[in-house]
Design a protein around this ligand. Structure first.
Ligand SMILES: Cc1ncc(C[n+]2csc(CCO)c2C)c(N)n1
Length: 230
């Protein structure tokens, strides 16, 4: 069994919680409360910005051109392709995408981004990949599960979203990331392996919490902004 096969197995509990989360089920059924979608997009737009920056740090820590090309290609994918599922959600609630951009992050999204940023700054490429991998992997499984369970036609309101994540490009991203991580783990010390396992599991938990955050409109206890440091 490869290192990433083992990671998937050890975190199956969280993967199953994600697949049965009411937001995810709602996508399959074609019924998600507008407010939950709005909360999701506001946080996810900023999440994707952070994700691209972390790819940029991974690119800086790359040791060969193949890795540099991979992260370069992936930044391009988020910039130009990941906007399609977002637009599908915006069309569904009838709100302009631009209106949902630039909002402050609720606690879970804030924590998820800082968790990835921590591993990106403190760890080697293996550790960064461990923190990033649950993102494409959980969405790939969501896409596949929803196709299998609901067999949506192209009139389904979330057909573009579901088919985007069940598609070959997300499958390739996940597979290539697994291959890169497995290669890194061949030479990793037991401590490095533990750090990667910890980064991966926390990202799985935060993926689950992200759905929960959107579904329950999670907010900070006080919405007051920090406006000065006096
Ligand atoms: C919280 C959250 N997690 C995962 C994704 C999906 N996603 C984001 S970037 C990417 C491609 C990785 O190269 C994928 C599949 C999302 N939109 N929001």
């Amino acid at each position: 069994m490869t290192f990433t096969d083992q990671l998937r197995k050890d975190n199956d509990d969280i993967f199953q919680f994600i697949l049965s989360h009411p937001f995810v089920e709602g996508i399959g059924k074609g019924e998600v409360p507008n407010k939950a979608i709005e909360h999701y997009i506001k946080a996810d737009f900023e999440y994707l910005n952070a994700f691209m920056k972390i790819y940029g740090i991974a690119l800086a820590k790359s040791t060969n051109r193949k890795e540099i090309a991979y992260f370069h290609k992936k930044i391009d994918f988020i910039l130009n392709d990941e906007i399609h599922p977002h637009r599908n959600f915006c069309d569904y609630i009838g709100v302009n995408y631009e209106e949902l951009q630039g909002h402050p992050l609720p606690p879970t999204a804030d924590h998820y981004i800082k968790h990835m940023m921590y591993h990106a700054q403190m760890g080697n490429l293996g550790e960064i990949l461990g923190a990033l991998l649950p993102c494409p992997w959980t969405y790939l499984e969501i896409g596949r599960e929803l196709i299998q369970k609901y067999n949506p036609s192209n009139t389904h309101p979330f057909y573009p979203w579901i088919t985007f994540y069940a598609d070959k490009s997300v499958e390739n991203t996940t597979r290539e990331m697994c291959e890169l991580l497995d290669k890194y783990m061949d030479h990793a010390s037991p401590v490095e392996q533990l750090n990667v396992k910890d980064a991966f599991r926390k990202s799985c938990q935060l993926e689950l919490q992200f759905w929960e955050m959107a579904y329950n409109y999670e907010q900070w206890p006080s919405k007051e902004k920090v406006t000065s440091n006096e």
